[in-house]
Design a protein around this ligand. Structure first.
Ligand code: ADP
Ligand code: MG
Length: 328
């Protein structure tokens, strides 16, 4: 591609790293540099693959800090693997960018590698081309054969639980786009913006939840819409106890109820895990979460039927039908 750096030099400088020092190479037979990567799936494991693109102006505001864009592009993919209970191993990066400027590429690559190093992921290839900014990441991971955690395993009577707190990232994005709409103190505002820019994929917990939870997915489009998707995949309905939704003090300070709750139900961008678990195994799941340093909150139950219902302190309330839909 054209730009202030040649394509070859750009790839060499920012996206090529020596294999990990532990000598195993993490299953990478051949990484960046040939026509394709050669990877070795461990014996007895299934390959788990996902891809997600971040488009400027749609998934992140134009002019965003490139470090956050790089981090987030991998983190949202890690979150998909966490939801499957998979160990993330390898990533490919399809990068379309207007110009090859070191001032943008350097922090972008640093953010990407920060997320990669935190989760032991090797960047094994990609593609670089000129055009409007678009960051596509493919992630590959593994699970012991036949054990991937699916959306379709929920049964009536299961507990519905979520990790972390909900609504912070959506509130953070709102603060970036419309700072005048909140009277959030600077500390709370910073915390919410950080939750949007640096989501924390629940990778370690996803792996231990596999084998305990009956179903899982990650929350990218808002709890209400995502729970409806999980319920539909399982052929069941679900009920939410709205007063139980875990809301951070930063969110409540920036947007008091009922707005905080709306962010939590329909905001999106949380990258927390939504899990269903048989009631007799809930304690085991909660203890596993504690060991991973992750908060787990029981927010509802799976019921026979279809759709998502809700109640606030026992009074039935309407749950917003959909989460975020890119084509609406
Ligand atoms: P090809 O033309 O065969 O697709 P390229 O010349 O585009 O190969 O890329 C050369 C090597 O660099 C390949 O191994 C490719 O996977 C890798 N690569 C290209 N862009 C990136 C990137 N943004 N991040 C990581 N690896 C990349
Ligand atoms: Mg080729």
């Amino acid at each position: 591609m054209a730009g202030s750096l040649g394509e070859f030099e750009l790839i060499r400088r920012y996206f090529t790293r020596p294999p990990p020092a532990d000598g195993t190479g993490g299953g990478v037979i051949l990484g960046v540099g040939d026509d394709a990567a050669v990877l070795r799936v461990p014996d007895g494991e299934d390959l788990v693959a996902a891809v997600d693109s971040l488009v400027e102006g749609r998934h992140f505001p134009a002019g965003s800090d490139p470090r956050s864009v790089g981090y987030r592009a991998l983190a949202v993919n890690l979150s998909d693997l966490a939801a499957m209970g998979a160990v993330p191993r390898w990533a490919l990066l399809a990068l379309t960018l207007p110009a090859a400027e070191p001032a943008w590429l350097e922090p972008f690559a640093a953010g990407f590698m920060l997320a990669a190093d935190r989760h032991g992921v090797a960047l094994v290839g990609g593609n670089t081309t000129a055009g409007p900014l678009n960051v596509g990441v493919q992630i590959l991971g593994t699970v012991p054969r036949g054990t991937a955690l699916l959306r379709s395993g929920a049964r009536p009577g299961d507990v519905v639980a979520v990790t972390g707190t909900l609504g912070d990232a959506a509130a953070g994005l709102e603060l970036i786009l419309h700072p005048e709409r909140s009277r959030a103190a600077p500390d709370a505002a910073r915390e919410l913006v950080a939750r949007f820019e640096y989501p924390t994929p629940r990778v370690a917990f996803g792996c231990v939840a596999r084998g305990i939870a009956s179903a899982a997915m990650d929350l990218s489009d808002g709890l209400a819409g995502d729970l409806a998707k999980l319920a539909a995949a399982s052929g069941v309905g679900a009920h939410l106890a709205i007063e139980r939704l875990p809301l951070s003090s930063a969110l409540l300070a920036a947007w008091p109820e009922p707005q905080a709750r709306d962010f939590a139900l329909a905001g999106g961008e949380d990258y927390e895990l939504l899990l269903c678990v048989r009631p007799q195994r809930y304690q085991e799941l909660a203890q596993a979460a504690t060991r991973c340093g992750v908060a787990l909150t029981r927010v509802g139950e799976v019921r026979a039927g279809t759709g998502v219902s809700g109640a606030l302190d026992g009074r039935p309330v309407q749950v917003p039908a959909g989460g975020y839909d890119h084509f609406r």
